[in-house]
Design a protein around this ligand. Sequence first.
Ligand code: NAP
Ligand code: GDD
Length: 341
Amino acid sequence: MAKRALLTGITGQDGSYLAEHLLGAGYEVWGLVRGQANPRVSRVRTLLQDVRLVRGDLLDQGSLISAVEKVQPDEVYNLGAISFVPMSWEQAELTAEVTGMGVLRMLEAIRVCSGITASRGTAAGQTRFYQASSSEMFGQVRETPQTERTPFHPRSPYGVAKAYGHFLTQNYRESYGMFAVSGILFNHESPRRGAEFVTRKVSLGVARIKLGRSRELRLGNLEARRDWGFAGDFVRAMHLMLTAGEPEDYVIGTGRTHSVRELVEAAFGAAGLDWERYVVTDPGLHRPAEVDLLCADPKKARTQLGWEPTVSFEDLVAMMVESDLRLLAGGGDPGQDSSWP
Ligand code: NAP
Ligand code: GDD
């Protein structure tokens, strides 16, 4: 019988790539969708026709129990979150509830449905759990590159909420013997990335300028450095973690770091444009507290899981710019809220 996977965050970037990966591996894939008339759900129905949908919300414990009871998953991937860092300052409580407490609710749904207690523990064959942890937890980094042992110093309410979910996942593994793991993923991008994140904001901005629809691109801090990889590579790592022999946490990143300035230079260059003629920096787009430098040491994932990234920074940027040039030339444009930092 096919293994069953339940994904929260199916309407997001990673949900789409992970669903495709698991369907390709022969899984029966279920996606948790929320809301009454969520417009992103119809997109999932069109693009991921083989994914089955179940209703639920990370804010609602009962709905998660019902979803787990209905699907009886072998594997749960908790990708759902308020994931945009600037929003976490504006809606800190909601971020804590969804990104932090949502992890507790999903772990409890699995625990209750599997009849796991501290004294009885977990039997073989029970549901495995993946938590989408984040390099944002390293925040003001204590060392570079960052490993599984680097201490956390989160710099945003989002990072704090992720740290809670991370430690809770570890705690359920230790308290109940659950196969519960966290992937500490560094930034990963793709043509499906939300338009509010910097890589997509830049690739869409370049495409608009190239096609004569815009004359400038407003950005915040150009000096911040990130370890940017391709989302399609990163979802493979999630699956490898959940099918490994032992439940362990892993850092997933490329091991290379670039500044936002280098990203901008590469993206405008991919379209044959000189970025300095178009980019305007706006102090209003700076964050209350910044994460200056992220760079992964993915050695553990390489040696224990055999995981390697396949797409370079330069190819990723070119892929996103080319995709947005095609999208806009074909009449599409996801739009952008220019007030977000
Ligand atoms: P994304 O595109 O922003 O997707 C976020 C997902 O969360 C959406 O499907 C959204 O569904 C869902 N969601 C929001 N509120 C929810 C709620 N109350 N109940 C259930 N689902 C809810 O994020 P992503 O880039 O795919 O990232 C996936 C996960 O990895 C997130 O947890 C993110 O924090 C984490 N992460 C991402 C990166 C990265 O670089 N991409 C790096 C490290 C960690 P709706 O459509 O219903 O809003
Ligand atoms: N979004 C955005 N918009 N970022 C900008 C801008 C701008 O106009 N100008 C400069 N930046 C800088 C930000 O200050 C930040 O240092 C960097 O670009 C990356 O910002 P984002 O792309 O918004 O991503 P993030 O690093 O804050 O968070 C992403 O990666 C985390 C993993 O490290 C998200 O995907 C999180 O969900 C994820 O956990």
